[in-house]
Design a protein around this ligand. Structure first.
Ligand code: PLP
Length: 379
């Protein structure tokens, strides 16, 4: 049976990227690798929509989240954390580990934060040094309104906006320079359609000013060191050579198809999935604020989502993700990032229809596939 990895990270990697990474290893302190490294950082600037240097870290996304805090804040600083899911929670945990004080703004799962509420919190707490938020909260499938949040911080020198764009960058536009974001993070195993192992992070000039005053401990993920080295086309430590080579293949492909068509592709896959499931009565979890990087679908009333997930794996070889905490057993999550195409989306909807029939759930059989197929024709 074929394996379909349809989780919102790691995602399927195209063959042309795997083949590029299968080539013999090269040494990193060479002109050959320096050219590869600098080509990658230049290519990343386009995807991050910035003129600033995008740093490549040998870590998973969490490493860059950790670095964002340890490099810009100080012990006792106050940060406003937007917590609307598991990754919002992660910001809280990292702050706690570093002794950064937090004001937690809880957002109901499946909903986006309201910038007006942030504005009110900032009014009452003029000493907040940073806002920490996800552009795409992968545990709920919500896109938070980063552009509007940035309007609250971009003209102030005493506060930075730190955005986890791990399932946003490359999937939909997050305009770092134009919107005035201060830190933006991406991850290789998401829309960059690569294996896990690289994180990307970019800092605004304001964030670099913050870094000069930051007193939190840092060594391996000292971004000032990474920045200095990156400007010299290298990294302070041994880089993940093979992954950087793969990254260049991906960025070359992005260049060829253009960012607009990349974003449009995610949007069409998202619309087809959401509407396909709606046609068989399954609701979208993040109505009105859907991240196009993934679909988070509610299991029908009375059906445990874990049975759908188990059935997909055992019967069709399809791996999708479940929900955590309050969403456990209630939702399943499907990627639109990575090497995912029309056939994958049609197959997973057909698979869910098959499992639901077996479970005795009544619905208009075939309607999900028919609806999705009609939308996927736009691709
Ligand atoms: C929005 C978001 N933030 C952070 C992370 C953590 O990244 P990693 O698992 O690469 O450390 C993920 C990974 O799933 C994510 O989707």
């Amino acid at each position: 049976m074929k394996n379909y990895v349809l989780t919102p990270g790691p995602v399927p990697v195209p063959e042309f990227v795997m083949l590029e990474m299968a080539k013999p290893i090269i040494h990193h302190r060479t002109e050959e690798f320096e050219a590869i490294f600098s080509k990658a950082t230049e290519g990343l600037k386009k995807v991050f929509m910035t003129k600033e240097e995008v740093l490549i870290l040998a870590s998973s996304g969490t490493g860059a989240m950790d670095a964002a805090i340890s490099n810009t804040l100080s012990k006792g600083d106050k940060a406003l954390v937007i917590n609307g899911g598991k990754f919002g929670e992660r910001w809280l945990k990292i702050c706690k580990a570093y002794g950064v004080e937090t004001i937690e703004h809880k957002v109901e799962w499946g909903h986006a934060v309201q910038p007006l509420q942030i504005k009110e919190i900032l009014k009452g707490n003029s000493d907040i040094k940073a806002i920490l938020v996800q552009a795409s909260e992968t545990s709920t499938g919500v896109e938070h309104p980063i552009k509007d949040i940035a309007k609250l911080t971009k003209d102030r020198n005493d506060i930075i906006l730190i955005v986890d764009g791990i399932t946003a960058v490359g999937a939909f536009p997050v305009e770092f320079d134009n919107w005035g974001i201060d830190i933006l993070i991406g991850g290789s195993q998401k829309a960059f359609m690569m294996p896990p192992g690289l994180a990307f992070i970019v800092l605004s000039q304001k964030a670099w000013e913050f870094s000069k005053k930051s007193d939190l401990p840092k060594f391996y993920l000292d971004l000032t060191q990474a920045h200095k080295n990156s400007l010299k086309k290298t990294s302070p430590w041994t880089p993940a050579v093979t992954l950087v080579i793969g990254l260049n293949a991906v960025l070359g492909y992005f260049d060829k198809i253009g960012l607009e068509s990349l974003f449009k592709r995610h949007a069409i896959l998202s619309e087809a999935t959401v509407e396909g499931f709606k046609a068989i009565g399954l609701e979208n979890f993040a109505e009105g604020c859907t991240s196009t990087a993934l679909s988070v679908i509610k299991a029908p009333e009375g059906v445990d989502a874990s049975l759908i997930i188990k059935g997909l794996k055992e019967k069709y070889g399809m791996i999708v993700a479940g929900g955590q905490d309050q969403a456990k057993g209630k939702i399943f999550r499907i990627t639109h990032m990575g090497y995912v195409d029309k056939g994958d989306i049609i197959a997973v909807i057909a698979g869910v229809e098959g499992i639901l029939s077996e479970l005795g759930h009544k619905f208009d059989s075939g309607a999900g596939v028919a609806k999705a197929t009609s939308i996927l024709d736009k691709l």
